[in-house]
Ligand binder design. Sequence first.
Ligand SMILES: [Zn+2]
Length: 235
Amino acid sequence: MIDKLAKILNEINNILLPRVCFGCNAQLSRGESVLCTVCRHEMPLTDHSFKEENSVDRIFYGRIPIEKAVSFLYFSKNGIVKQLLHQLKYKNQEQIGGFLGDWCSAHLNQDEFLKTVDVVVPVPLHPKKAKKRGYNQVALFAKKIANTIKADYSDNILLKVSNTKTQTKKGRILRWESTKEVFQLGSIPKKKYGHILLVDDVITTGATIESCARVLKGLENVSVSVLSMAVVPNG
Ligand SMILES: [Zn+2]
């Protein structure tokens, strides 16, 4: 009886506050979250693995030694991935990060390479921005991955120290200089971490990852790998 009542209340709730697909606005059925089954099947998965070389690895060649780089989805100008990440970043839809994290985890779960990762580190936000948004949009995704691969999660090894907004007012060279110094090491971990998995939302030119990895390499005997929710193809 209580079960039945709960079901009815749930139905009423669905009518009053219909949960809709972030891809197509269709009403979600029971068991679906964030995306409907149709949109989910249309998501452009990269099918990258940590075993084979891919286009994301190649972004960093000759720039900084990255052990391995992998992206989960392809980002396109008008696609579902862009919509999802926009909602995650600007519309207070933090749970999308968890949804993508679970899904990505299921894909990477059996990857032997990931067993060598000691700690998962999200690309940090400037504290002011984090406070305004209320969350780092990469955090939940990164935590799900850390949990799956049984690695630590740390958001205080790497910090963002200057606000990029003010930099856009500066000249080109200065801007480049400051981008280089935007990140710095936070608290030095007590544990010896040999392999860090750096996690970001979208990789375009790879500049952010490059800056972060450069800073992380300031730690002793550390190698850095990269995982992003999405990548702009040939970005
Ligand atoms: Zn849909």
